[in-house]
Design a protein around this ligand. Structure first.
Ligand SMILES: Cc1cc2nc3c(=O)[nH]c(=O)nc-3n(C[C@H](O)[C@H](O)[C@H](O)COP(=O)(O)O)c2cc1C
Length: 172
């Protein structure tokens, strides 16, 4: 059974990293799915899921923006039975300009999944990141893989490689 990489938005850094993760896993082992083209039914089909999300500011979460892919898709997360699923998450952010909100959307998604008792793998140590605050930090670790393409793009490949190596056994 393939792993479903559900991500958004299209055409930016989140997509770049989704494709990098797919390459690292082996493209034949994953399906890349844009959340904007997807729904709960499609999510149900996969036992192994990787979610990819970018943070574009707290205000976009608090207001309703119908043109934000994840904003539209997010309610689906609550309507899924996670008992047979394994989940990993990655999130794009900017640890310099948004140091006090670093990858907050990753945290919002992670917390919702934990509420649903989802089995989440691929937590990441905060050691190699510099930021003031992050909603994605849960029990001393990031709930998924943070990627900063704005200021630390030179670290992306290494971070993705190490992460995929760690989660791979759960996705086979
Ligand atoms: C309007 C705006 C708000 C942002 N807010 C945050 C934020 O709160 N936290 C953060 O870590 N990054 C923030 N970022 C940085 C983006 O998450 C980052 O540039 C990311 O790589 C964008 O991914 P994308 O190209 O897939 O949309 C913001 C970027 C923009 C343009």
């Amino acid at each position: 059974m393939k792993t479903g990489i559900f991500y958004g938005p299209e055409g930016g850094s989140t997509e770049k990293v989704a494709k990098l993760i797919a390459k690292e896993f082996g493209e034949d082992k994953v399906d890349l799915i844009l959340v904007k083209n997807s729904n709960a039914k499609e999510l149900e089909k996969y036992d192994k899921i990787i979610f990819g999300i970018s943070t574009i500011g707290k205000e976009t979460w608090d207001a309703h923006h119908p043109n934000n892919d994840w904003d539209v898709f997010f309610p689906n997360i609550s309507n899924i039975d996670y008992s047979n699923k394994t989940i990993a998450l990655f999130g794009l952010g900017d640890s310099v300009s948004y140091s006090a909100y670093f990858v907050d959307a990753l945290g919002k998604l992670g917390r919702k999944l934990l509420e649903k008792n989802a089995k989440i793998v691929g937590q990441v140590s905060t050691d190699n990141y510099t930021y003031e605050h992050s909603e994605a930090e849960i029990d001393g670790k990031f709930i998924g893989l943070p990627i900063d393409e704005d200021f630390e793009d030179h670290m992306t490949e290494e971070r993705v490689e190490a992460w995929v190596k760690e989660i791979r056994p759960f996705f086979e």
